[in-house]
Design a protein around this ligand. Structure first.
Ligand SMILES: [Zn+2]
Length: 233
């Protein structure tokens, strides 16, 4: 969860002086390529040439290679010796089914546990995270979409953190689920409908109601699966 942590750190400390300034170019380049991958401007499986990104983003090779290395760590970019970089292929239907089966096995139960352990501080963290997805600032639809994907990943990861089982959390984080599912289609429906479902999960957390949290999480994951299934038609 390298990128997630990095973006969280930036949000937590917006004026983090020298470090942020020296990192900001790589950060910006990373965000730009991430947004292109999420919104399918760079198609799954297609080649990514460093030279064309140098021209397009008007930066040198170094930050682009650094950003691509980070995206490789997140499973979004593949590097082949002597050939170069390409975008990770779209997940297969089989993989999609497996991912959602895994999510349905782990996340509703974890949400129930998180609800039982909920307190004001944790609730505020989750509300802030969900609020970040609802804000529709900025005109760039691609950036908004990629921000939503990242925030959704953080939101779900935080719930796993509060459920207090590191192995479950790591298992889900290792799949980079949200980065892969958001690349199945670039459509506002994917983000709009999820907002209401997140609210239902938050309401169950606010009420410290494990059964309601379990049900709300199951419903959210099932609806998410149904929204994305047409990508395989
Ligand atoms: Zn979600």
């Amino acid at each position: 969860m390298q990128a997630t942590n990095a973006s969280r750190a930036r949000e937590a400390d917006p004026a983090s002086g020298r470090i942020q300034r020296s990192n900001s170019l790589v950060e910006d380049v990373y965000e730009a390529i991430f947004a292109q991958l999420m919104s399918l401007k760079i198609a799954p499986g297609s080649r990514i040439t460093v030279d064309s990104l140098v021209k397009e983003l008007e930066v040198s090779h170094t930050p682009i290679r650094e950003a691509l290395g980070r995206l490789e760590g997140e499973g979004l970019v593949l590097k082949t010796h002597l050939i170069g970089y390409r975008a990770a292929p779209q997940i297969t239907r089989r993989r999609f089914d497996e991912l959602y089966e895994l999510r349905l096995l782990l996340e509703p139960h974890a949400a129930a546990k998180a609800a039982a352990l909920m307190d004001e501080t944790k609730l505020a963290v989750l509300e802030e995270s969900a609020g970040g997805m609802a804000r529709r600032e900025g005109k760039d639809e691609r950036l908004r979409y990629s921000n939503f994907a990242r925030q959704d990943a953080i939101f779900h990861d935080r719930i796993m953190e509060f459920a207090n089982n590191d192995l479950v959390r790591e298992t889900l984080a290792f799949q980079h689920t949200h980065f892969h599912i958001f690349r199945l289609m670039f459509h506002s429906r994917v983000t709009e409908e999820a907002l209401d479902e997140h609210q239902a999960i938050l309401a169950a957390f606010a009420a410290c109601d494990p059964a309601a949290a379990e049900q709300a999480m199951r419903r959210h994951i099932e609806h998410s699966r149904d929204r994305l299934l047409p990508a395989f038609d």
